[in-house]
Design a protein around this ligand. Structure first.
Ligand SMILES: *Cc1c(COP(=O)(O)O)cnc(C)c1O
Length: 226
């Protein structure tokens, strides 16, 4: 049986190899371990290997794990990213528990997060999700709407605009277009430093095109069977 420790090692190896092929520093690429539909014990196992950034798709499931881990290991160095769709009625919980939200596609949601972020916490870190494949089933804004949404977010006090997130459909061209959009965004908002793209099946292509954060679920925790 392959363990989480072994899979984390293999993933780090893939990232390092892809970075080398792309002529990039492997340390410029963050690995987000996507723990959706996996039990807390899997998160704990990855944390024990030094993995610090975790991604969740569903607010309720994420909050339960965040609370349970905080109780089990108070003071653990861990960072939680919401990478699934966020509805208005869940923003208060997200503002209270998550460190990042990568799936912002409306100014209204960012505004609520800013208003609801507890004062003792750092601003919530935000990526705009872009629908780069143009498929109607995918969330995210169209590329031509990114700059206007970024301007709205940048004016909010308790959130920080960090970059862009996309889910590719398999075409490397999409990652290439995302990089161009990311560079354009950085021209107007120099604080932007995160290009979140690439998953278990396509991390090499994403890193080749400039991803600074890859989101790996299956490659770390195995297939999701439930
Ligand atoms: C589930 C999910 C991932 C991880 O997918 P894998 O193919 O298991 O690596 C990454 N990003 C998002 C937005 C997801 O929903």
């Amino acid at each position: 049986m392959t363990t989480i420790a072994e899979r984390l090692g293999a993933a780090a190896g893939r990232i390092a190899k892809a970075a080398q092929v792309a002529g990039r520093d492997p340390d410029s690429i963050t690995l987000l371990a996507v723990s959706k539909r996996k039990p807390l014990e899997d998160v704990v196992a990855a944390l024990a290997q030094g993995q610090q950034a975790f991604g969740e798709n569903y607010v309720q499931e994420g909050v339960e794990k965040i609370q349970a881990l905080a109780q089990q290991q108070p003071g653990a160095q861990v960072q939680w990213h919401l990478i699934g769709p966020l509805q208005s009625n869940k923003t208060a919980q997200v503002a209270q528990y998550f460190d990042w939200v990568q799936s912002i596609d409306r100014a209204k949601i960012a505004k609520r997060l800013s208003e609801q972020r507890p004062g003792h916490l750092k601003p919530i870190q935000i990526c705009i999700q872009v629908n780069i494949s143009g498929e109607e089933s995918k969330s995210g804004v169209t590329p031509d709407a990114v700059l206007a949404l970024a301007a709205d977010i940048a004016g909010l006090p308790n959130v920080r605009l960090r970059g862009l997130m996309a889910i590719g459909s398999g075409a490397q061209q999409e990652f290439h277009s995302m990089k161009a959009l990311f560079d354009q965004l950085k021209d107007s908002f120099p604080q932007v430093d995160t290009l979140s793209m690439g998953m278990s099946d396509d991390l090499e292509a994403a890193i080749m095109e400039g991803a600074t954060l890859v989101r790996l679920g299956t490659a770390i925790f195995g297939a999701r069977t439930n």
